[in-house]
Design a protein. Sequence first.
Lengths: 207, 347
Amino acid sequence: MALDSQEIQVQALNAKDVPLDSSLVAAIKGGDQAAFEQLFFDYHPALIRFANSITRSRELSRDTVQDVFLKIWRNREHWSIHTSLKVYLYQSVRNQALNLLEKQKNRYKLKESLQVDYAMHISAWEDGFQKKLDLPEDDARLVMNIWMMVEKMPTRRKMVFELHRKDGLSYKEIAKVLDLSVKTVENHMGQAIKFLRDQLTQEKNSR
Amino acid sequence: MQAELLARYLSKDCTAQEYLEVERWLRLSEDNVETLKMYEKIWKRSLDLTMLDGITDSNLDWSVLQSRIEAEELNSETTKPKLIQTRSRTAYDNISYFSRIAAILTLVLLVGYYGSQFFEQPENVEIEPVLKEISMKKGQRGSVTLSDGTLVSLNSESTITLPNTFKSDVREVYLEGEAFFEVARNEDKPFLIYVNGTVVEVLGTSFAVRAFPDDEMVRTTVVEGLVSFREENERIEEGVLLSAGDLGEFNTKKNRISKEKVKSLAPYLSWKEGYLTFEKATMYEVKKQLERKYDIQVLFAEKDIELLELTAELKSRSLRNVLETISLSLNLSFNLDQEVVEFKKLP
């Protein structure tokens, strides 16, 4: 696939200057709006998904992610990151999502939204998602099954698994974002794939 | 076999030792091979999960965010004296114009991506790659973000060459000098760095490579994840596997590759943060690094100064302070004149 044409930004610093930060962060601190826009579009979809896994509400997730970006821009001059940019963003989204949830505490809504999401995916399957995935039927069904099994995992485990598989975070990064030890993350990942394998083997045998 | 270890193995987050442990376990029985195959299938397919997520309208949220920012800035302008320069209308128009472009581009990419799976592709259309070269001069450092999200920090006097577009199955770059890589995860598209007769293949995440033209050694140090380091044209099994804390060295004269655990990675990474760290480095080595970093010329009044060994962390931003620290710890004096510094032994 020849779509990922290189777009390269180079930022050169003189040795006597400040230490090299991520160039994007430095630009935003300096008030560069194009850089801020780039940051937004680079991370928005992934952060929305992550917020969704915590809040279980599309609206709350949109608010969460917006608040995070608004705060970054508002305090850009004093913005400092002690970890990687990615970890910082996921951490902020988690904190803000928990804040907003605390304010709302609407359990009923939470449940309802869960069911809607689930139904949506079933119907997605009926709508011929298999074709869109462009996989042999068995593989497409496997993707679908994995997705539904993931939904059945305990929340923490599901988050860990999704952050790794969907967002490409490393174990270390996941540990920082979710405030867990790396050992715990490793444990969740192990349990997650074991759970998937057991469930899927069972399904295969019963068919 | 523990699921935890297998998960680490699948995500290439295991140590070299664990990697070999899994390979050994695989050789034990056919069943084990089957089990791993099942895991690998689940692992690979779970990547397709993203496709099932609904499409997020980033563009809509961006405009909402813009108006919130606008509103805030208007507010602060009425209450406070004008601290922030107001944007001109046209500048703002440009921004929304760009965001529209970004949205269209995203769409084109999505359509292109999904679309490419519907339309039959003519076979073998690998286009001759156009190579791009990015260089840092003496006294400069810089960083490059590649299209796949990989971040490359380049040290002074270092060059990275990469194709305009990565091939479909592999990401290949060429390096001369020193660089630190934080490679974006993509298990289906390995990341390869060709450097002075060797190849560094990334199985995990971040690590540094050093091979200046006048270096006898090609050095790779790993911060996180798993890296395969070997001679060009060799297979993974023939090289060494490096995990966090490992230093791999290839001797270009003897064509020999070796690995060891190092006490501290600082000497190989501190350039990235803007300072130098030396651990029993000869002044010959120190001279090369000073010249590179500060774009100066270093002279020794007595030839055997270059054999002295320095252990130091030179965090000061001022060149003069750095030179003073070196002189003090080695009992030398120095004279700095414009771009030339000369070290002399104290009587």
